[in-house]
Design a protein around this ligand. Structure first.
Ligand code: GH3
Ligand code: MG
Ligand code: MG
Ligand code: MG
Length: 312
């Protein structure tokens, strides 16, 4: 038995996590038929510590897109056998690239084509030759803004965790990845017990603080490779790579134990809270839908059998 910890003592790491994601090196994909220009533009951006990949052959584009997952695409307008406007339109139809900034690079001096380029899936138009400092700042401002917007879009405002949509997308992705690698994967659903009573007895603000403290605890105790999201009001979802349900249950049961011993504070009144959890793994439920259904059913069992429990 260890002494109870005050929930306020948990360090707030969530802002740091989000900030570090925004600060990762920018990934820039340049599409141009001229190897000389590709090398020149790449060198400029690499000097500014960006990660650059280049494509001189449009056929390689799709493959590079998925492997590299660029933050921004710099697209030559005229290439033999294809044009940048058409490529941009194709990119816009690929899952996950609807909002990736596309900036056209061209020696085109006819300003009439610029509005056309904009209306066809582009975000901006830079005329070659481009001043190196201008190229760097054009890329930096766009990537900073789009990363920030994307971060807002996929994170939950209260806890900073991934939101419902984002965690479902992660689950779909991780199920495919783990099936391909034949590695194990667990999915856990966590739901705070009698949360309505907490709100009723101590107020909504105290309830919010409880939700935040569980979010922080999960982030602190789980591995860097585990993916945590806020599934709904007082519900959390956790994806654990390379982990079968038995091992996952061990880890989460420890967290359950720590959480149930936290002391929460509301107007000088101390109270404690616990959660229930249901877990399923990919070995028994081989697709995302049945995996999350099974975790949900196990959670229901945990509630039925008295709460404050982890059930596989
Ligand atoms: P059970 O043990 O069966 O899970 O009981 P419960 O009271 O936790 O069950 P239920 O899921 O019905 O209640 C969840 C409550 O959580 C309902 C809602 O008022 C509250 N809630 C949902 N989102 C938030 C939030 O963001 N903040 C606060 N403070 N409360 C929330
Ligand atoms: Mg060209
Ligand atoms: Mg609930
Ligand atoms: Mg609940």
């Amino acid at each position: 038995f260890t002494k109870p910890i005050n929930s306020n003592e948990l360090i707030d790491q969530l802002d740091l996590i989000t900030a570090s994601q925004i600060q990762e090196p920018f990934r820039v994909l340049i599409v141009d038929d001229s190897p000389t220009l590709l090398a020149y533009h790449a060198a400029i951006l690499e000097q500014a510590e960006m990660h650059v990949k280049t494509v001189s052959e449009p056929m390689q584009l799709l493959e590079k897109l998925n492997d590299f997952n660029p933050d921004i695409i710099l697209m030559d307008l005229y290439m033999p056998g294809c044009n940048g406007l058409e490529l941009a339109r194709i990119i816009r139809q690929i899952d996950g690239f609807l909002s990736t900034p596309i900036v056209y690079l061209s020696s085109e001096n006819d300003f009439n084509t610029q509005p056309e380029a904009m209306s066809l899936s582009g975000d901006d138009f830079l005329v070659k030759p481009i001043d190196p400092a201008y190229l760097i700042s054009a890329v930096t401002t766009r990537v900073t803004r789009s990363r920030f917007l994307r971060s807002l879009m996929i994170h939950d405002g209260l806890t900073g965790l991934l939101n419902h949509t984002a965690i479902k997308e992660e689950l779909a992705r991780e199920v495919i990845r783990s099936s391909r690698l034949k590695s194990s994967l667990s999915f856990a659903m966590v739901d705070i017990d009698f949360f309505k009573k907490i709100n009723d007895s101590y107020g909504h603000a105290a309830g919010d603080r409880v939700i935040k403290s569980l979010a922080r605890l999960l982030k602190q105790r789980l591995r860097e490779t585990d993916i945590v999201g806020r599934y709904g009001g007082e519900e959390f979802a956790i994806i654990m790579n390379d982990t079968d349900a038995t091992s996952a249950a061990k880890v989460i049961d420890e967290i359950r134990n720590v959480f149930s011993r936290l002391l929460h504070l509301s107007h000088d009144e101390e109270f404690s809270v616990n959660f229930s959890c249901g877990i399923a793994d990919l070995a028994h439920f081989p697709d995302a839908a049945s995996l999350s259904e099974a975790a949900d059913a196990a959670l229901y069992q945990a509630k039925q059998r008295g709460r404050n429990k982890v059930i596989v």
